[in-house]
Design a protein around this ligand. Structure first.
Ligand code: ZN
Length: 271
């Protein structure tokens, strides 16, 4: 078997990539996106990995997942979790997914299509800005390490380290009905780097309305709001200015780096 087929695909972003790799006994890993360093506009290097792809997960990585043992997904994007599970289901790969949010959950997909997936449990709905989430405590690493060599037979979600449930297939799950909206790119953030200006626009391909006045209330202590009207907000975070429109579109000024714009979109809008 080739090294690629023996390796896991790790989708990172929480800054725990190397710690997890060590705790799991240093399995072969190919890494897509690690912890993002905003000031340097680069991903944290992962010299310990078999291969590194300095990008966020897109449907273009399906072939990489197909040629792997399975997926480990630890990022700040809920949508990316659904893309990963769409890939795991179609290629029948096991997947460990840390579901981000106010309180983390750990999801295991067995790789067997007769078992439930994340979408069977809950359809995707855009989450809160990741900036509002507490950093997940590290109990999930211990939990994953304790399960790694003896995973459950069926798909399971852990709400806490001691509270779990087995997931069965939901008849209304589009992924299980043979539709693959995440893998086919129907539900994704569309990134456009401006030719003339120093900016990147992110437009969700799906409904992602934002209540701008509620947004202002919850975010005003975390970001600087420079301008606001009925259609958009202009906010400053670190040394970037972002325009956030009520339809969910966001323009990040001061960069031509798509990964910076995607990082800020996760943090400031939520996806
Ligand atoms: Zn499903």
């Amino acid at each position: 078997m080739s090294l690629e087929k023996e390796s896991w695909v790790l989708v990172g972003g929480l800054g725990k990539e190397q710690a997890l790799w060590k705790a799991l006994g240093k399995p072969l890993m190919r890494v897509i996106g690690s912890d993002y360093i905003l000031r340097e506009q680069t991903f944290t290097p992962t010299p310990w990995a078999l291969a590194v792809f300095p990008e966020y997960l897109t449907h273009n990585y399906a072939g990489l997942v197909k040629e792997s043992r399975g997926i480990l997904h630890m990022s700040q994007s809920l949508l990316s979790c659904y893309l990963a599970i769409d890939m795991a289901l179609i290629y029948q790969k096991p997947a460990w997914i840390l579901v981000p949010g106010e309180n983390w959950k750990l999801f295991f997909f067995s790789g067997n299509e007769s078992d439930g997936c994340l979408h069977c449990l809950m359809p995707y709905t855009p989450p809160q800005p990741a900036l509002l989430w507490k950093k997940p405590d590290e109990q999930w690493i211990d939990l994953l390490v304790s399960l790694w060599n003896t995973p459950p037979q069926h798909s399971t979600i852990w709400h806490t380290p001691s509270e779990s449930e087995t997931l069965s297939v939901s008849p209304s799950c589009p992924l299980h009905r043979g539709e693959h909206p995440f893998l086919e790119g129907k539900i994704q953030p569309i990134v456009a780097v401006s030719c003339g200006e120093n900016s990147v626009a992110i437009t969700p391909s799906f409904e992602r309305p934002i209540d701008l006045s509620a947004y202002t209330q919850t975010m005003k202590s975390l970001v600087t709001i420079r301008k606001s009207n009925a259609f958009f907000l202009e906010i400053e975070y670190e040394h970037f200015t972002s325009l956030i429109f009520k339809q969910g579109r966001c323009i990040v000024k001061g960069t031509k780096e798509k990964n910076t714009a995607l990082f800020l979109y996760r943090l400031l809008v939520g996806i």
